[in-house]
Design a protein around this ligand. Sequence first.
Ligand SMILES: Nc1ncnc2c1ncn2[C@@H]1O[C@H](COP(=O)(O)OP(=O)(O)OP(=O)(O)O)[C@@H](O)[C@H]1O
Ligand SMILES: Nc1ccn([C@@H]2O[C@H](COP(=O)(O)O)[C@@H](O)[C@H]2O)c(=O)n1
Ligand SMILES: [Mg+2]
Length: 209
Amino acid sequence: MGTVVESANQGAVNLPTNKKVAVIFVLGGPGSGKGTQCTNIVEHFGYTHLSAGDLLRAEIKSGSENGTMISNMIKEGKIVPSEVTIKLLQRAIQENGNDKFLIDGFPRNEENRAAFELVTGIEPEFVLFFDCPEAEMEKRLLGRNQGREDDNIETIRKRFNVYMESSLPVIEYYNSKGKVRKIDAVKPVGEVFEAVKAVFAPANEKVAA
Ligand SMILES: Nc1ncnc2c1ncn2[C@@H]1O[C@H](COP(=O)(O)OP(=O)(O)OP(=O)(O)O)[C@@H](O)[C@H]1O
Ligand SMILES: Nc1ccn([C@@H]2O[C@H](COP(=O)(O)O)[C@@H](O)[C@H]2O)c(=O)n1
Ligand SMILES: [Mg+2]
């Protein structure tokens, strides 16, 4: 492992640089179970979970000048400009003491992918891809009940369209580089995690106390 977050950071975040980090991108459609499985991976394998969507929602709550724009984009299921999301991710990486990160829900389109690589110089170790049929994802999102403004059928349909048109090509790009680890995400949570463990273990397993 080991990518260096360094000079390409210029102007993005004014924090210490030259931090070596390993990054795994966690991708899949809306409601495929990315966040759920990241929680399990954190517990078992010691990664730090950074959800791009969570960072954007926190930015809205913080009263940031970008808050209204981000909120409008999320309500429409659109992808926020990369510079905004990348700054949030960079800051979260730099401020965290860990050196291995799950970046969940990013890159969401080609602009996200290319800009992140250019700005940070980081290449993911691999891409964990949760593959789930749309009907199952729709059912899960409508039942999620976490008060998210984008978990309504109108926005869900827009998010599915963006996923098909903009996010799947990014997964295909990494697949062509042999970096995608595909997981059948339609199974129950525990079974999905068994498949995830097979990707991470044994090299990352925490030593039992
Ligand atoms: N394997 C599963 N089987 C059934 N329900 C699941 C499974 N995994 C997650 N869920 C449920 O589906 C909903 C969506 O899961 P989660 O929030 O992890 O998805 P996500 O991929 O992070 O979605 P989003 O992209 O919208 O953030 C949650 O209510 C979660 O409890
Ligand atoms: N790279 C990203 C990630 C997310 N967004 C916006 O946030 C919404 C919710 O994302 P989740 O991963 O939590 O589902 C998403 O629909 C986008 O509007 C983004 O712009 N860029
Ligand atoms: Mg999520």
